[in-house]
Design a protein around this ligand. Sequence first.
Ligand code: PA5
Length: 445
Amino acid sequence: MLDVKLFHMKSFLPMPYEAALAPRLKRAHDMLQAGNGLGGEFTGWVHLPRDYDKAEFDRIQAAAAKIRSDSKALVVIGIGGSYLGARGVIDCLCSPNYNLKKKDTPNIYFAGNGLSADALQEILELVEGEDFSVNVISKSGTTTEPAVAFRFFREALEKKYGKEGARGRIYATTDKARGALKSLADAEGWETFVVPDEVGGRFSVLTAVGLLPIAVTGVDISELMAGAAEMMDRCTTDASFDCPAWRYAAIRYELYRSGRSVELLACYDPAFRFMLEWWKQLYGESEGKDDKGLFPASVEFTADLHSMGQYIQQGRRLMFETVVRLGASHARLSVPTDAQDGDGLNFLAGTDMDFIRDKAMEGTLLAHTEGGVPNIIVEADGKTPRALGQLIYFFEYACGLSGYLLDVNPFDQPGVEAYKKNMFALLGKPGYEDRRAELEAKLAQ
Ligand code: PA5
């Protein structure tokens, strides 16, 4: 089972804080459980691993099997919470090089997560000669980036297979009743999957949003849900500092109160890169409001020790680190012997790569704490669907607790609208005329 450990934390937080914080954590816990805190209408994710729609889950498995049988590629169109979780899980469990591997499951391409014409064109070209399907994902059904990308891929599908043929290759994941995508899907007869009303985008990886693309790769999504359910049981029943989510939420809150403003999430496995991105959205959008919140940043070790390591060791003391340890690698590799020993590394000959990685981690923990950077360790239960399910739920639950400790609504994201309004005004969307004149004047200054 996942665990949270504090590394030499007493030198950073000498005062005991658990007793003082326990009543506030209990209150946060109760609000999450009852769904009666700020944004409580978006706490459907809390019991999702138990209450998820089993019939829809079977439809997801069936759709994934169909996509595997009739497609060489799946284009997943979505942005933010509508893609980061799926990408994180697929990279972590199937490898960032998944598309390059020999396999009997479709390639997965992620589109609609930006506005780059080059990125879009590249994926259009990559799927051009292939049988492909599209999973367009948008809870609101109105987000510009995925909606624009979908136009291109829908056109490509309809050109290739005709309207009727394309119909069997478009899967829309969206609100159960509202939004432009839902109306379009109903009118066109596309198969639809639901983003439940009470689950916000960044908490939606364990709904059809994440599960359909993940299932297409052959990852066992039942195991993912089982792992999440294990952590849900732990978080639900264990309202104490024995619960890893309590310990993590508490320590990061205390570090924030003591003046830290940046949390670096670190991992020693490059396959975890998009899980780091998923985590950044989860915590950034949930906590960063009302002039509050830790800035969530990420580092990939050991690569970033050779780029960000200098700043972490000796730059402004802004940050603390949370290191995710995934446990043993699947590959067992030991360092080859070199008769000449030209690089002087024969003292490592025969040594397992995991052992070297772990020593690098221990050396880094010691160096960074000595350099004034507190470290938290999240020990995952391995690099398996079940362990990742635990980890996802752990971070979600700790995020909910953290938001309530900060007295913010962890489930809204009003700040995301600001750029959208300006973009629409500058693009000449009807209704934004006054704002457009004002913005163009500002740009001209
Ligand atoms: O967490 C959120 O709610 C957002 O980041 C959304 O996931 C993102 O903006 C995409 O929204 P939608 O799924 O409505 O297209």
